[in-house]
Structure formats: structure tokens, C-alpha cells
Design a protein around this ligand. Sequence first.
Ligand SMILES: [Zn+2]
Length: 373
Amino acid sequence: MENYSIIIPSYTVGPDAYRDIPRYCRLYGKTAVVIGGQKAMAAAKEKLLAAIQDSDLSINAFLWYGEEASYEASAVLEADPHLQEADMIFAVGGGKAIDTAKLAALHTGKPFFTFPTIASNCASASSVAIIYHPDHSFREFVHYLDTTRHVFIDTEIIAKAPIEYLWAGIGDTCAKYYEVTISARGEVLPHYLAMGVHMSRMCMEPLVIFGEKALNDNRQGIASYELEQCALAIIITTGWVSMLVSRDHNMLYNGGVAHALFYSLCSLPGFEKDHIHGVVVGFGILMQLAIDKDFEELEKFSAFNRRIGLPTSFDEIGISLEDLEKVTDLIIADEDVEHFPYPITREQILEAAEYLGISRDTPLMKDGRHTIL
Ligand SMILES: [Zn+2]
């Protein structure tokens, strides 16, 4: 038996979450450099400065992360004297700015703190960074990074973000539960893996309960309890689950049909440009449930998708039977379904698609968006 450690990042959430900054950051020095997106830094700047006003902490610069979460963007930041002089990094923004800051932290050995300004993904609380080339094509996942020392979720800032982020974040986050649990079906797991699998239910349940209200509140810019619960599911729970289930240096439990479907459809020309990841993945959950013949859960989740305007049929994402037939082999071979409890067949995929509503002719609707936006 070997020793091992599990590290799960702590967090502060609420309408004034940044006031805890001095308490959690003072242990790491006196100077912070902010790395973020332009809009995110504009949304957070005043509150960040107010939070450290009466403390020993100071911010020496607000640095734009760059145009893409890339090694090249990180190198520019690492060469910046403000970053070199700072004791710690404050990563502010959505996924890409946070991931770029994580790389810069990794390369410079500086501790970092995360300040998500949208509730759309778990970049702030996970130990993986999704890295792209400067031309925006996908490059690689960088796993097992140091985690943030603390996540600060200001719900007033989250409430003012465009609703699209939360909407897509809900679909992607719910998929975590369905994909992790089916991947682990029938297995007796060690403590941390079992914790991650059981915890994944909290990626789905609060969103189904509070999601509709949270979206309405987001539309009106209200930092409500329901919005807070959804932000926690999307940012924190998913980050924790991802860290627990991927500790073994493999991604066995992290994927499923919902993601395999999205990535396979991305091989069709123009699909990725017209569709939002989390929206298609939210629909892909129905595909997985249909393949698994769990029709009771499928009807339940389909009703939820309808309530919040996520697609419930292939017609709604503009995918015809002909399109799907082109990608069935890709779905079957996708690494997201490598650890599925049974091999997926072409027949299962086509049968499930028929159940969900797929036409032979290419439907008119191309972006899968409903009236909610
Ligand atoms: Zn996803």
C-alpha cells in the first residue's frame, strides 16, 4: 500500500464573498496580481479593491490573460514583471482565463486563488486545464495541477453575467452525474472514488430543483438562493467530483454518452460553431438514458430540459438520421465511453435516436436554441 493525499479546494460564496480575501490570502504574502478576462476583470475590479482596502494585501496589476488558454498566452504572462513580483495570482473569469492563470501558476510555482465570474464550468475548482493552440484549436488537457487555495464566488457578479453561461452550464453539469454513475455501475470502489461517484448526484439534483428559478433570477440580475445553489453545483460540486474520480491518473469515470455524442457530432462541418457544448451535452443525457433504456428517468429529465429550454430531440439540434449515421462509429470508439458498463452498438444508438425524435430530412433549426434566450 502506498500513501496518498486528497486535496479538495475550499470556497466562500455569497453576495459579498470577496470580503474573505484577506482571511484566506494573507498566509501567502502581501502582493497579488490579477489575471483575467477583460469583461470579468471589469465586473470584479471594484469589489476586489474594496475587499483588500483595509488589509495588508495589495494588487499590483490587472493583466489580461490573452486571446486563448494557451502555452503562448501563459508565457507572455510569466514574462510580465508584475507577475514575477507578485506573491500570488488571482484568477478572475470563466474557463479560459482561469485555465491560463493555472498554467502561469504551475510554471512560476506561485499559489493561486480563483474568482469565477460566470457559473458555467468547474475550471475554478478542478485541477485540470483545457489548453488550446493560439488558432483556437484544441491542444491538450493538462491534468493534476495544483489546486486553487480558495474559490471566491460572488453571487452578485454571477447574477449579472449573460444567461447563456448558466443555461449551458446546467446541461454540462447534470451530465456529470449521469456519466459518472453509469461508468461506475456495479463496481466496489475505494473511498475517494466512491465519494466522487456518490457526490455526483449533487451535480444534478440542485439544478433540477432550482435551475428554472435560477435562470429567471439570472435574467433579472438577482443573486438569489436558487442561483447560489446552482452556481455551487456547477462550480464547486463538479470540481470536487472531477478531482475525486480522476485521482487515479485516468479518466475512466469522467465521461459517458452525452460527451461522446457531442464530440462525435463536432466532426460534422459547422456543428461546433453553431452549437454550445453544454446545450448539446444536456441533450446527450437523454441519449444515454435511451441507450440504457431507463425510460422513467428519461421522461423526468426530458421534462426538465423542456422547462428550461434545453433540446429534447435530434430535430431540435438540427441533426438528421443521415448526419447521425455518419458519426455512430465515432461515438462507439470515443474515449468517453471506454469505461461504459457494456459495449455500445450502432443499433442501440439508432434505436435511441428514433425514440428521441430524428428525421430523415435535415431539419431547419440549426442552433438548438429555444425561446429562453
Ligand atoms: Zn462538458
